[in-house]
Design a protein. Structure first.
Length: 402
């Protein structure tokens, strides 16, 4: 697969780069800039080669139209600080502002386009609609431009700026994607066993589906975070007002049966920290999963579960973790995530391989004060690294091969 060096002389040429700049925000304050920092080397490499660099990225999940809270403007400012140069920000993606900003770029300069998901064509399931939007992106940079795919966190998405543009422009894989794949291959090519996977987070419906494949690969599967409640419901527990995917309860019941039949240990929480509302200062109470009050929601795994998860991980030689165990952004609900992070550092210290994947998971280990070096690898991709682990074809990678 070709890398940036295979694109030839880039001086004076426009290069469209798809990065994953989907960072956590508190208002317009970036609470963890890990994904921006991870994207800098490729952008610097291109600018250093004299390219006119046009970065495109998404933030959150807007519904195909502009929404102020999902603007990439704060990201443009931070990117400029990290690059040590001004980053021109276009207030739209393929409109007047984008054309003006891109048209004014000089060699070695960098621009960031507004959230690509403000355009319905980006995420459309309809090939023609997505293709039409990709055509607009190509028109923006011109037919002589090149495309560099460097957003590892989105390579599992068949979206216009990830997939369709690569079909329309000479393309290359960025260094971030190449490095991620190199490291994650250690998990798929004969991992040392026991191999444990820890899942949590809030993208429940996305990530429940990966369990089907992971049951055939991991020796131990630990489930916490928002997705635990659909499993608890499958075990017959009431889950109060916790995150619940009602239409997935049967599927989870099937996973529980399959795990038992195939000898895969599927560990679920036995206690949880509940609160009456989703707030930092909501009163937190530890309850057994058999006694979740109807009017309360589970926002973390409980202390008994944290201890059980930590000891299940201690003996593992390979661990992959995606998705916080609770709402780690609020102190009262961060203990479960801290316990799992701590357990991964012990796996590393004992010579095993520990990998943390996902925007918020990576942000969690940093904000809880862990040293990044205590983990084998911190991946920028959550859903993407999980799908890679499953052995699934990733559209954003496959398209670069064709
Ligand atoms: N019990 C819970 N209820 C509600 N939200 C939860 C719960 N547990 C964890 N979360 C939230 O999950 C969010 C992260 O989930 P997510 O699935 O997006 O993980 P991620 O590491 O960012 O992966 P990806 O990169 O795929 O998005 C955090 O903001 C956290 O507060
Ligand atoms: O946070 C992520 O995992 C990536 O930025 C992809 O975001 P998405 O799940 O909204 O496609």
């Amino acid at each position: 697969m070709s890398g940036i060096e295979d694109l030839g002389d880039l001086a004076g040429r426009r290069v469209l780069v798809r990065s994953d700049l989907n960072v956590p925000l508190d208002g317009d304050r970036i609470t963890d800039d890990g994904r921006i920092r991870a994207s800098v080397p490729t952008i610097e490499q291109l600018a250093g080669a004299g390219a006119r660099v046009v970065v495109t990225a998404h933030l959150g999940r807007p519904k195909g139209e502009p929404e102020a809270k999902y603007s990439l403007r704060p990201v443009a400012t931070r990117l400029g600080e990290l690059l040590g140069t001004d980053v021109a920000f276009a207030t739209d993606t393929v409109g007047e502002s984008a054309h003006a900003v891109v048209g004014a770029l000089h060699d070695g300069q960098v621009a960031l386009l507004e959230n690509v998901r403000f355009n319905p064509g980006e995420t459309s399931k309809d090939d023609a609609e997505r293709g039409a939007f990709a055509d607009q992106l190509v028109e923006l940079v011109g037919p002589d431009a090149a495309f560099v795919s460097d957003g590892f966190g989105v390579v599992h998405r068949k979206q216009a700026s990830v997939y369709d543009v690569a079909q329309r422009l000479p393309h290359a894989m960025g260094g971030l994607v190449a490095r991620e794949i190199d490291v994650l291959r250690q998990l798929t090519d004969d991992p040392q066993r026991p191999f444990a996977v820890v899942l949590g987070g809030s993208k429940v419906s996305d990530k429940l589906a990966v369990i089907d494949n992971l049951l055939g690969k991991a020796d131990r599967l630990l489930v916490g975070g928002g997705m635990m409640f659909t499993f608890l419901a499958a075990q017959g527990h009431a889950v109060g007002t916790s995150l619940l995917e009602e239409d997935q309860v049967e599927t989870c019941r099937g996973y529980l049966e399959r795990a038992a039949a195939e000898g895969v240990e599927l560990l679920l929480p036995t206690d949880t920290v509940v609160a009456p509302e989703f707030k930092a200062d909501a009163p937190a109470t530890v309850v057994s999963v058999e006694a979740i009050p109807d009017d309360q929601m589970g926002l973390d795994i409980g202390p008994q579960t944290a201890t059980a998860f930590a000891s299940a991980l201690t003996g593992a030689r390979t661990v992959f973790w995606n998705g916080p165990m609770g709402v780690f952004e609020f102190d009262a609900f961060s203990a479960g995530t801290r316990a799992v992070a701590e357990a991964l550092t012990k796996v590393t210290a004992a010579g095993g391989l520990s990998v943390v994947g996902g925007g918020d998971s990576a942000a969690a280990v940093r904000s809880l004060g862990f040293d990044e070096a205590a983990f084998g690898h911190i991946s920028t991709g959550g859903g993407a690294s999980l799908e890679f682990l499953e052995g699934k074809d990733l559209p954003g990678i496959d398209v670069l091969e064709s």
